[in-house]
Every structure is written in structure tokens, then in C-alpha cells.
Design a protein. Structure first.
Length: 221
């Protein structure tokens, strides 16, 4: 299942085996994330806006053959088919996004059509908007939490150190006095990651053990 996602993205694990010693361990791809929680007119959460930057090694495989006009630049238009492949393939894995109000799972819709890939500084960045099936009301923000991870750990997804998660309110809407907080991975998790075997069943959901959980801390309003 997970392997099919990589083949769609142009990453061939046999090629990785020839060029890296990490083939016998997970993960194979590293992603640095920024996430924007988009708010509605009443301060409710209506969507995620994800921005995922892939590592250079993965990027070099993914963009091979994508410079169709041969000008040495990977334009957004040239990368559009790859962006579509990314987004469509991620549906099979619930877009790696697991949101809750308390312990109740929040359903998500498919991404909107404004997804895009950008190639900059030898790295690919995928941006896409993931709407919620039903908005999370402003008064429930304090109970809203989410994690972004690959259950089978082929992909390591880690929030950026600077401005990892923020709230974005529409023009003219006063945002709630809330701050997203990114939890730390447990001490020693990186070492544990390197010791994972090759044949991990995604159904085991082992990725949840390495995920950074985001909670929302709200002041009295």
C-alpha cells in the first residue's frame, strides 16, 4: 500500500537501495511541515493548509524528467502533474492527517483544487488545503488536537522549528485568543526510528508513536 504511493511519486526503493544504507530501516523520506489552521467567519476551524517540504534526496528522484522545456527550471506548471499525483495518492492514507475534538475523530474532505508544488533550493514543497467535513466551533478549540504522520513510517513528518502551526482568520474576523502548541517527540525516538525493520504493516499504526501532537491552548475570552 505505502509502496504504491512511492512508485506513483517516482521514488523507486530499489534505486534507494543502491545509493543509501538506510534501505533496511525506516523512514525513507523526510518532510518538514508548516500547517495553517484556517478559521471561518465565527472563528471556527474549517480547514488545514499544509505546506510540506521534502528532503533533497527524495526531491532529486521525484523531479527527474519533469523539466519538459529543458530550461533548467522546474516551474509550477511542469510540476502540476506530480502535485496531482501526490494529492491523489495521499487520499489512500487519509492525507496523513488525524484530527480530533477530545477523543472524537474529525472527518476530512478531499483537498481543494489549489494544491501546488514548488521547487526551490533543491527541495520540493507541496502545499494543499484540506477542509474539515464539519467545522470545529470556536468554543471547542481548546479540545481540538491533531497529528500528522505516516502509519507505516516510510515518511518521517516533522514540524518546522520556526512558526510550525498558526491560526489564520479571514479579513475582518478577530481570531480567538488561542495558540497551537506542538508537542515534542519522546526522548530517544530518533534512535528507535533507525532500528525499525523494513516490513512494517501500516495497519499497526506505528507512526503514531513518533508523531508530534498539536494541541490548542486558549486564554479566557
Amino acid at each position: 500500500m505505502i509502496q504504491r504511493w512511492f512508485s506513483r511519486l517516482g521514488l523507486i526503493l530499489f534505486a534507494l537501495a543502491a545509493q543509501t544504507a538506510l534501505v533496511l530501516a525506516h523512514p525513507h523520506v523526510w518532510v518538514t511541515m508548516h500547517t495553517e489552521l484556517q478559521l471561518g467567519q465565527n472563528g471556527e476551524v474549517v480547514a488545514f493548509r499544509h505546506k510540506w517540504t521534502f528532503d533533497q534526496f527524495y526531491t532529486s528522484f521525484a523531479i527527474e524528467g519533469m523539466d519538459t522545456n529543458g530550461d533548467g527550471v522546474y516551474s509550477e506548471e511542469e510540476l502540476k502533474p506530480l502535485a496531482q499525483t501526490n494529492v491523489e495518492a495521499l487520499k489512500e492514507f487519509e492525507y496523513f492527517t488525524y484530527a480530533f475534538v477530545g477523543k472524537t475523530r474529525v472527518a476530512l474532505k478531499d483537498p481543494t483544487s489549489d494544491y501546488r508544488l514548488e521547487h526551490k533550493d533543491d527541495m520540493l514543497t507541496l502545499s494543499f488545503t484540506l477542509p474539515l467535513e464539519k467545522p470545529v466551533p470556536r468554543e471547542h478549540l481548546k479540545d481540538f488536537n491533531f497529528s500528522i504522520y505516516d502509519p507505516g513510517m516510510y515518511v518521517s513528518l516533522t514540524f518546522a522549528k520556526d512558526d510550525p502551526v498558526n491560526l489564520a482568520a479571514p479579513a475582518g474576523v478577530k481570531p480567538p485568543l488561542c495558540r497551537p502548541h506542538v508537542g515534542d517527540r519522546a526522548v530517544g525516538q530518533e534512535k528507535k526510528l533507525s532500528q525499525l525493520g523494513e516490513n512494517i504493516d501500516p495497519a499497526s499504526n506505528i507512526g503514531s508513536q513518533f508523531a508530534e501532537r498539536v494541541t490548542v491552548r486558549c486564554d479566557h475570552q
